[in-house]
Design a protein around this ligand. Structure first.
Ligand code: ARG
Ligand code: ZN
Length: 850
């Protein structure tokens, strides 16, 4: 059944306290729950969520078993009729038995490598016990755990710990989705933090024995996050302990359970030999993200799941700010825009497009998307730009003051901005309610005597269920660069509110070059009349680093789209990007970003938004050709960079050495096209860090000489899951398009392709989907292979199946032949007996497109 935002009703009971007792056994765990309830509406039945997997053993109201005639149960709920309930407060006690060892969906209580753990967001708690499993029902929790396992953890503060037993108390009222329990043979690395107001907090990162040496960076990241949130947002931690646990089987990245964050082990464990610079940066960001949720998510949570972006958009925005402060702000911004375009624009362009705040869904797990998270963060960035840094700070203070302890809505969020700044946000709200990426067209009018008028037009294409899109507020950060390369007008935010609107600049000496949408001030597709020479000028002179990079990007994309359509292009790009790469005073990370060509997926998206049908083979050939020309024309420069950017001494994941490595690798990737792979072979054998080794490995595979390196890696790291995930994915990602599906197929037959592990599954299937020309091979083998696995994994883990199905989300933009091939596969999947709600919803939304 479809859930609608407009159907929201408050829960008719308050939960004053939740007391849980677990007797843990792998295949037979007993869960006793006592809920102290008070009726808000005297006539309401008591409806509790609880799935088929709960074996109900006992049920009591104030110690009495209710008349069975008043109790009913279906596949999803337990209902106790109002007639069987006392008028005032009462205690409901249930005892259920569950089987964690059979839980392959990793939702609720499950086992991972002998360790008990939980994942309850969004609706996992209902697989543990009967409960009002909705975010607006909040209660303090008391949890007792009986088990012989040495480490027993839950939320809040420890009350008692002895052999075989632990009790935890979380005084902060929370919804069930923030509940967590962990039990296992774990080791901690520990530290301490004193908050600004003097509270001593014990910090632990819990890992499996043997992994302790790889947990230090996570701990450092946690401490940095705690400090940063105090300094920048004035937010302090509020319990005596903060625990992080690394788990090998985890459906997503990590989870912000109160006082007990649970992480996918790939986002905790890192050592120079096993993790890349990018892994380190992600660990730092996700540790921060989950920590920041303590205020934006936990202390203030969501009223219902339609409001998911309230906590996720804001928390992503906060973790982006954090990374900008820890590392390079321009480089972070560029990386975030790249991700947004690669994932969110892609989503918005196809059948799965939805608003940042959706108004209906069938399965909420399908809405943990780039739109809710990344576009949700962009919307906050726009708000901040519109109200200014001070206005933003005042609004946030008011938000924390006014809503601490609440389950809030987007309306509440916008209201604090209105009250703190006096601005009317009625029109701005469309960014939350309307799906789709606006297209913004700019034209220039120069009067020849110092006046420049910029004309803008906005238009948002229809998305499923939303045909008509009224104009939005678009903040357009704009500056002007004079003909000699100096900035003649500093950044000014043009606030567009109409479908068409003009802005003028006066008193200019000569016609300037417009630097528009600086910092990517709004998540829109920009169209402007501009030639390659002007783009090259901006790449050389723009004072806004994002716009500078963007000019290079546009130069590359204009060349690549022309080449993909059989035209001749690229010399301007090659010349100007080489000049930039040679600028020794410029941040190497920035130079690397400019040197890396847009990926094939991005080229396809661009062609499609220009109204063309992307041809994956032509795109692949165009990109290959341009990169090779770039390498040939700058062979000496690239070789110099490759040598200069070598980092000596012990490995450090800090921004500066990582930046040098990123430029070194960019140079290597280009040189690899003309040196036959010789440099990569040397580097693979000598590099002391995973960043360079993985880059070298990918290069060798691309030259068709990766086997020895792959064998060496298997030898060295065959027992390290995280490294083996990389080993699987690089082989399909770097495979020639003709062979990608066959290679994936062969790898899938290996003993160590443990497909029930989400990371391993994603490494292989996600690796194939990331090989654009390979996945979209005209023979259809990539599509068929993916569909086969979706059907197989769906029976075991619906969330993973549904997530992976987005590999198909762009299908309507390809040619008839490919469309037909995908349609057949999607129909085959749709016909699966016992298909999950998760996968069914995704496939039917995708099929409705055409
Ligand atoms: N709240 C978690 C985070 O963003 C993610 C939970 C994802 N849950 C899900 N069912 N997909 O930090
Ligand atoms: Zn989050």
């Amino acid at each position: 059944p479809v859930q609608y935002l407009s159907n929201y009703r408050p829960y008719p009971f308050a939960v004053e306290e939740t007391r849980l007792t677990f007797v843990l056994n792998p295949d037979d765990t007993e869960v006793r729950a006592e809920l102290a309830l008070s009726p808000v509406d005297q006539n309401a039945d008591l409806v509790l969520d609880g799935g088929k997997g709960l074996r109900l053993i006992a049920l009591g109201i104030d110690g009495q078993e209710p008349d069975p005639a008043h109790v009913s149960r279906d596949d999803e709920r337990l209902t106790i009729a109002a007639a069987a309930l006392p008028d005032g407060p009462f205690t409901l006690a249930t005892t259920v038995r569950i089987d964690p060892s059979a839980n392959t969906a990793f939702e609720g209580l499950y086992l991972s490598g002998g360790m008990f753990c939980t994942q309850c967001e969004a609706e996992g708690f209902r697989h543990i016990t009967f409960y009002p499993d909705r975010p607006d029902v909040m209660a303090p929790f008391r949890v007792r755990i009986h088990s012989d396992l040495p480490v027993l953890l839950s939320n809040g503060n420890p009350v008692e710990t002895r052999q075989g037993f632990a009790e935890w108390h979380d005084p902060w009222p929370k919804p069930a989705y923030l509940f967590a329990l962990v039990a296992g043979d774990l080791r901690a690395i520990s530290d301490a933090f004193q908050t600004a107001s003097g509270r001593d907090v014990a910090l632990n990162v819990w890992v499996r024995p043997g992994d302790e040496t790889r947990a230090g960076f996570a701990m450092e990241s946690l401490i940095k996050s705690m400090k940063w949130d105090e300094q920048v947002y004035g937010r302090e931690y509020d319990l005596d302990v903060f625990n992080i646990v690394a788990v090998d089987d985890f459906n997503m990245g990590a989870m912000e359970n109160k006082g007990l964050n649970i992480f996918n082990s790939k986002l905790v464990l890192a050592s120079p030999e096993t993790a890349t610079d990018l892994d380190y940066e992600r660990i730092e960001a996700v540790i921060a993200h989950e920590y920041f949720h303590n205020w934006t998510g936990n202390r203030i949570t969501c009223r219902d799941w339609f409001q998911l972006c309230l906590k996720e958009g804001l928390t992503v925005f906060r973790d982006q700010q954090f990374t900008s402060d820890m590392r390079s702000a321009p480089v972070k911004r560029i990386a975030d825009v790249q991700t947004l375009r690669a994932r969110q624009f892609r989503e918005d362009q196809g059948p799965l497009a939805h608003p940042v705040r959706p108004d209906h869904y069938e399965e909420i797990n399908n809405f943990y998307t780039a739109t809710v998270y990344e576009k949700g963060a962009e919307v906050i960035g726009m708000l901040k730009r519109l109200v200014g840094d001070e206005g933003y700070a005042r609004a946030l203070d008011l938000y924390f003051d006014r809503h601490d302890g609440d389950a809030a809505t987007i309306e509440d969020w916008l209201k604090v901005f209105e009250d703190a700044t006096g601005r009317d946000l009625t029109q701005f709200k469309r960014w939350y309610t309307d799906a789709g990426t606006p297209h913004l067209t700019m034209t220039e009018e120069w009067d020849g005597k110092g006046g420049l008028v910029l004309h803008f037009e906005q238009q948002t294409p229809p998305t499923p269920g939303q045909d008509h899109k009224p104009p939005r507020v678009i903040p357009i950060a704009t500056g002007l660069i004079g003909p000699n390369g100096d900035e003649v007008a500093a950044t000014r935010v043009l606030e567009m509110t109409e479908a068409r609107q003009s802005f003028s600049f006066d008193g200019l000496g000569a016609r300037p070059v417009v630097s528009v949408l600086r910092g990517f001030s709004a998540p829109v597709v920009l169209h402007r009349q501009i030639d390659d020479a002007t783009r090259a000028f901006l790449l050389a002179h723009d004072t806004d680093p994002f716009s500078r990079w963007e000019a290079g990007r546009e130069l590359a994309l204009s060349a690549l789209t022309a080449l993909a359509q059989g035209q001749d292009a690229g010399d301007d790009f090659i010349g100007s990007v080489a000049r930039l790469a040679a600028e020794d005073a410029t941040d190497p990370a920035f130079r690397a970003l400019c040197l890396n060509l847009p990926g094939e997926e991005e080229i396809a998206t661009r062609l499609s938004s220009l109204g063309h049908v992307p041809d994956p083979d032509a795109i692949h050939a165009a990109r290959d050709g341009l990169a090779t020309r770039l390498a040939q024309a700058n062979h000496e420069l690239l070789d110099r960079l490759y040598q200069d950017m070598a980092v000596d001494g012990p490995y450090s994941p800090d921004a500066q050495p990582a930046a040098k490595r990123s430029l070194r690798i960019a140079a290597l990737g280009l040189l690899n096209r003309i040196d036959g792979g010789d440099r990569a072979e040397v580097l693979f054998g000598t590099a002391g860090n995973m960043t360079e080794r993985m880059a070298a490995l990918a290069c060798l595979i691309r030259r068709g000489r990766g086997q020895a390196a792959l064998d060496a890696m298997l030898d060295e790291f065959g027992d390290n899951r995280l490294v083996m995930d990389k080993w699987f994915s690089v082989q399909v990602m770097a495979a020639p398009s003709d062979d990608a599906a066959a290679i994936a197929e062969r790898l899938s037959q290996r003993q160590d392709f443990d497909w029930k592990n989400p990371n391993r599954f994603r490494a292989l299937l996600g690796g194939l989907a990331a090989n654009h020309a390979g996945f979209h091979h005209a023979g259809g083998a990539g599509y068929a292979f993916t569909a086969d696995w979706l059907m197989r994994v769906d029976a075991v883990n619906p969330q993973i199946a549904a997530r992976m199905s987005t590999a198909f989300e762009t299908w309507p933009r390809y040619d008839e032949n490919r469309q037909q091939l995908v349609r057949e596969q999607l129909q085959r999947v749709a016909g699966l007996t016992d298909i999950s709600r998760n996968l069914r919803e995704m496939v039917s939304r995708m099929l409705e497109a055409k």
